[in-house]
Design a protein around this ligand. Structure first.
Ligand code: ADE
Length: 424
């Protein structure tokens, strides 16, 4: 334990707790749906006595989720889902103020990162909550004896869902998983508006460069890429999109973006961001072609979207020139700038998605945990999605909190939609 606290933990510094508490409360203002769920959980105790291990980015928003789960009766432990995303003051507040065990330190090395995952599962979880499937992978590879107590898990992100579906397809998944990312109230908002704003925020906080007039290359036009492309355009950048999927590429064209292969974008780009979920989207040849001064960032889950080994081997050395900015001096004299060590730039260099979108993502997580507890006996070792009614309920609660009213179908309209006899 790094700090003298009663709750078992491994965090940077418990004395950071007061700042963490202030920031957690600030985020809570923008999380009304999670707040309603927390109040209901406190009354109904749907997670009473359930041991949970949550591997999430340790942010103010995650803290509000953890507090809601705890209110619902869960015995929750938290570790980080990325070595650079932990907000140390939040970790301190969770431990010191809320009595929630946290194992996460910003900047931890790979060994500590995995040690923390082990500590988070030490109590033998019955439910896991992942952002990138690292807990599921650790349990399946190294701690199989824990499988017997686990009734299910949730997964937050696209990359994790891809990993878990591959496991289910191979018959390797040991318990049912709820793919939170697939909820509409998650990916349409968190992936698009959350990643859109927070990625641009991370690039700006790290570099303070003006985006207007820059050639801004977005690798990948999924929901995250769309969000980033749209926001970068809003700030006046000339946005170029690269894609491998012809439908998404066409969509990007018709959304008004220039589309070309990365090999063509590499020599003209000023700023590059990858958001594909795949490896080496920016590869050696692209790094060789980039102009001096190019800024490179990743906002996909893992730090493998940029070929960092090639970057190292092509360069004669690197130095930190600002927080979250490493200058690589290339063999041919060019300088390339890597943000956040190639890890999620929105969390490494900024604070991740704003609370207003995490409100819906984490409402899905909380309702998902409850849904698994209620339904696990009926579930196979497969990847599931939350029922659409839950999505609709979360959307209605969010609209209500925003003071926005909508129409309802009249009986006549309802009849029209369900009949086949009426036509031209
Ligand atoms: N993923 C992206 N942004 C996040 C945030 N603010 N908190 C937790 N997970 C996140």
């Amino acid at each position: 334990m790094s700090s003298a606290t009663e709750v078992q933990s491994d965090i940077r510094d418990i004395s950071l707790a007061p700042e963490g508490i202030r920031r957690i409360q600030w985020a809570a203002r923008e999380m009304p749906v999670l707040q309603l769920i927390r109040e209901r959980f406190a009354r109904e105790q749907p997670l009473k006595g359930i041991r949970m291990a949550a591997c999430l980015h340790v942010t103010t928003e995650t803290a509000n989720l953890a507090i809601a789960l705890q209110a619902g009766g869960a015995d929750v432990r938290i570790c980080a889902s990325n070595p650079l995303s932990t907000q140390d003051d939040v970790a301190a507040a969770l431990v010191g103020e809320y009595g929630i065990p946290v194992f996460a330190i910003c900047g931890e090395d790979g060994e500590t990162y995995y040690k923390h995952i082990q500590q988070a599962i030490e109590h033998g979880p019955q439910l896991t909550m992942d952002d990138g499937a690292d807990v599921v992978a650790t349990i399946h590879k190294e701690r199989r004896e824990l499988l017997k107590d686990i009734v299910g898990g949730t997964e937050e992100t696209t990359t994790g869902v891809i990993r878990l579906r591959a496991m289910a397809k191979d018959g390797a998944l040991g318990y049912p998983i709820l793919a939170i990312n697939q909820s509409l109230t998650k990916h349409l908002f968190d992936n698009r508006y959350g990643t859109g704003q927070s990625t641009v925020d991370g690039i700006i906080r790290a570099t303070n460069v003006l985006l207007a007039g820059k050639v801004f290359v977005v690798g990948g036009y999924g929901w995250c890429g769309r969000g980033v492309a749209t926001r970068a355009r809003g700030l006046g950048a000339q946005v170029v999109v690269t894609e491998v999927d012809p439908v998404k590429a066409l969509e990007a064209v018709m959304d008004g973006f220039r589309v070309m292969p990365m090999a063509e974008a590499a020599p003209i780009g000023d700023i590059f961001v990858t958001l594909t979920g795949d490896c080496h989207v920016i590869d050696r040849a692209h790094l060789e072609a980039m102009k001096s001064g190019a800024i490179i960032a990743n906002s996909g889950h893992f730090d493998n979207e940029i070929n960092l080994k090639a970057l190292d081997s092509l360069s004669e050395g690197k130095k930190r020139v600002r927080d979250s900015v490493d200058e690589y001096l290339m063999g041919d004299g060019r300088k390339l700038y890597l943000l956040g060590e190639g890890r999620l730039v929105n969390l490494a260099a900024a604070e991740g998605h704003p609370a207003a979108v995490m409100d819906m993502s984490f409402a899905n997580q909380a309702m998902g945990a409850e849904w698994i507890v209620q339904n696990h006996a009926k579930l196979e070792k497969q990847v599931y999605e939350l029922p659409h009614e839950v999505d609709e309920e979360i959307a209605r609660l969010k609209l209500h909190a925003m003071g926005i009213r909508i129409d309802y179908l009249t009986d006549e309209q309802q009849r029209y939609l369900t009949s086949w006899e009426e036509g031209t």
